[in-house]
Design a protein around this ligand. Structure first.
Ligand SMILES: Cc1cc2nc3c(=O)[nH]c(=O)nc-3n(C[C@H](O)[C@H](O)[C@H](O)COP(=O)(O)OP(=O)(O)OC[C@H]3O[C@@H](n4cnc5c(N)ncnc54)[C@H](O)[C@@H]3O)c2cc1C
Length: 414
């Protein structure tokens, strides 16, 4: 997002084609393709996709690239639908056999709780690596999708063209980059999160760390047989490169990994920006990018409701992600839309008090620190008592989290 000289109000065109172009014209420095029709933003489309979920098929074929995955992640990431709604709908749809999907929704919630508990430390190694990590820069041929490996180039192209990648492809790509090429997990995570429509600091950084072994007991790696099986053998036939994955797990284990005693690496963090100091007298409901739904309870508020496209937060997001957000906002006509620095917009609105949904995003929180802020709790797929129990724990592993929430998430609807 280019530097905005002074904030301005925008009125989004109701025609979708005009809206996509409008966003492109405003954010001219944002690269990437236009939002694909398969990824129309907003709650209406999120609910439509939620209605199509196939929990039983999902449990059988979710690891296949052409399996019955839900494609819900951008909608959940932006609050168009909540995990609580997704869990409820899944349980209403099938009585038994939905555990796998419920488990995956829980993974997202788990990463989020780790973010709440650890703050920006999730952008550094959570633990010492279990194998040697070289931590080199991201190679240009990976970014350009020109490695010659048909599978890897296809994943990068898909990511760039659509903003979405199947979970297994994300795992293969991250593993190839970290363990075969020696890429710094942090460089890979920073690159990927900018391209994803569902880009999320917790799910992304912590998944990369899980692959790297800095948030897990061992590194994640794969071989040709695994990739070929779960991608329906679509890549290998046309690949002319010598396949680096064509080995047994035992051989790859020896080839890729060396023991290490290296400590956890702490990455330098950017300083958080200063907030303006409240000078006005008005209450503003500030919709951030995790609560983009007219069904949100704060949408009923009679206070001034605002969303701000702020370069501090979205400066490196791909164009299609900004278009996705615009699609979400068109369904929220009572929300005023600004482009500019949050601090300046809030001064212009004469704000004194801010109401918003709680978030682990400390960058967002730093922008409104100088105000009286009322943080509303996020909707959760379990009781308040369970929510409090989780936040009181050290959640080093998903199993610890699942021991606390699992029964509540799996229990049948009353
Ligand atoms: C390297 C890497 C980076 C990732 N970065 C992100 C990210 O930035 N944002 C993001 O939302 N997810 C991320 N994930 C997790 C996962 O890949 C995506 O959530 C999932 O692929 C989204 O597609 P879907 O909605 O069709 O998922 P489905 O398989 O249909 O799953 C349903 C929902 O469960 C949740 N979910 C499923 N798998 C996971 C998982 N492993 N971790 C967390 N939540 C999960 C998502 O909310 C998803 O929408 C990443 C995974 C890896 C390996």
């Amino acid at each position: 997002m280019q530097q905005i000289k002074s904030p301005f109000l925008v009125k989004l065109p109701s025609s979708r084609l005009e809206r996509l172009q409008f966003i492109k014209d405003i954010f001219i420095e944002h690269s990437g393709t236009d939002l694909n029709d398969a990824w129309i933003g907003g709650r209406v489309e999120g609910l439509r996709k939620l209605g199509l979920i196939q929990p039983i098929n999902y449990s059988k074929n979710r690891n296949f690239l052409n399996g019955d995955v839900t494609h819900l992640s951008p909608y959940i990431r932006h609050g168009c639908i909540t995990i609580a709604e997704a869990v409820k709908t899944t349980k209403e749809k099938v009585n038994t056999g939905a555990e796998k999907l419920l488990f995956e929704f829980a993974w997202r919630d788990y990463w989020r709780k780790v973010w709440y508990l650890n703050g920006d430390a999730i952008s550094s190694d959570m633990e010492p690596p279990k194998v040697e990590l070289k931590r080199v820069a991201l190679p240009q041929d990976v970014k350009d999708a020109s490695t010659g490996l048909v599978c890897i180039d296809h994943f990068v192209q898909t990511l760039e063209q659509t903003g979405y990648l199947h979970n297994h492809a994300r795992m293969w790509l991250a593993s190839y980059m970290i363990h075969w090429l020696g890429v710094d997990w942090r460089a890979g995570a920073d690159w990927m999160v900018k391209l994803l429509l569902d880009g999320d600091l917790a799910s992304n950084s912590l998944s990369w760390q899980w692959v790297a072994s800095t948030f897990g007991s061992k590194p994640y790696f794969f071989n040709k047989e695994n990739l070929s099986k779960y991608s329906d053998h679509q890549f290998c036939q046309s690949c002319k490169e010598k396949c680096p994955f064509n080995e047994s797990y035992e051989a790859l284990n020896t080839q890729l990994f060396k023991p290490t005693t290296a400590p956890a690496k702490v990455y330098k963090r950017a300083n958080l920006p200063q907030s303006a100091i409240a000078s006005g007298s008005k209450t503003v409901v500030l919709f951030h990018d995790e609560m983009l739904s007219a069904a949100h309870s704060l949408y009923q508020s009679s206070h001034h409701k605002v969303f701000i496209f702020d370069p501090v937060i979205q400066h490196d997001w791909a164009l299609n992600r900004l278009q996705f957000i615009a699609d979400c906002l068109i369904e929220m006509p009572d929300v005023e839309i600004w482009v500019g620095n949050t601090a300046e917009v809030l001064v212009m609105l004469e704000a004194n008090k801010i109401i918003t949904q709680n978030t682990p995003n400390l960058l967002f929180k730093s922008l409104i620190k100088g105000y009286e802020v009322l943080y509303q709790a996020e909707p959760a797929p379990y009781s308040d008592a369970v929510a409090q129990k989780i936040m009181a724990k050290d959640l080093k592993r998903f199993s610890k989290y699942w021991n606390i929430v699992g029964a509540d998430i799996l229990k049948s609807l009353d």
